[in-house]
Design a binder for this molecule. Sequence first.
Ligand code: NAD
Length: 355
Amino acid sequence: MRNRNLQQSWPVQSGLEKSIPATLIPGDGIGPEIVDSTVQVLDALGAPFVWEVHQAGMSGMDLLGDTLPETTLDSIRRTKLALKGPLTTPVGGGYRSSNVRLREAFHLYANVRPARTLIGGGRYEAIDLVLVRENTEGLYVGFEHYIPIGDDPHAVAIGSGVNTRAGCRRIAEFAFEYAVRNGRKKVTIVHKANILKALTGLFLETAREVGKRYADRIQVEERIVDACAMQLVLNPWELDVIVTTNLFGDILSDEIAGLVGGLGMAPAANIGPDAAIFEAVHGSAPDLAGRGKANPLALLLAAAMMLEHVGRTDLARRMRLGIDQTLNEDKVHTGDLGGTASTEELTRTLISRVK
Ligand code: NAD
């Protein structure tokens, strides 16, 4: 496996602060279980976070009558830093995603989703990819409506996406900067500009322009999203950093998670000028909620990214080493990884490793 500096490319705090206020959102479904596990491990590491616990999603609705309460927003405005459990969003109707609203509220334009093989012997060895997803534009803006015809109120559905040159430029610049600072070799611009000629054509055109400025340091490649999806299955090692629009990034990052053991292994950082929010790629997994079986590693890996973000690379390194030892020496694996360990057993083992 290529040995790379896993430091992030965005501005970090000095790492000298003794205590760092941060917002903690337990979330829905398995959220409170994996958040509890992650906080226990961070405590064992002596992490500097002082938590302000707030609600969002279904829990926000149940406890405070709001899926994104003002108290939660106020806390993030103050701390500019959050660790968030997954939030349930109803399918087809109901309230708008609190995740999308949080990304919009804090201009979290970059969603960084690294995927590395942590357990050998799986279907794919030595995966080491980073997907950089545009996080505030595209088809996720949710500009959609129905047109009724006759007695069918949903006879026609119309949706529009929005990409701006400024938005495309800043995500492309983020991705190329990330690649340079992290010793990456190649950035692949993923688009569908053959069909969505304006919406993703603008993204491609702008990312190409940005890529030219980095051509002496970073190889630039372009791929249509469907071909990229196939490439990820056939030969993922050809890819390095992927930069893409919001919806494609959402879909491809779950596919990429599948290369490294599944959603239980996939962390994410939402980065913007106003705040940074760390979370797992996965959702609230209602099928596992309350059963003590969820894999907390995706959120723990997100917490490692959060430690790097605040300049505590020493603690992040200990966290990553502890995860490696827990998985590969202690062989403690949750059900999604083919093991039998509970969330609690994995947490206990990891704590004994990081202490
Ligand atoms: P999901 O990611 O919750 O679950 C998909 C599958 O992966 C399920 O079989 C689940 O059991 C498994 N899984 C997910 N996380 C796991 C973990 N940590 N350990 C072991 N197995 C795990 O996707 P879904 O079922 O499509 O969505 C459920 C809810 O989550 C929806 O309301 C959706 O909108 C929401 N969601 C939230 C976020 C977020 O908060 N960032 C992300 C995706 C989905």
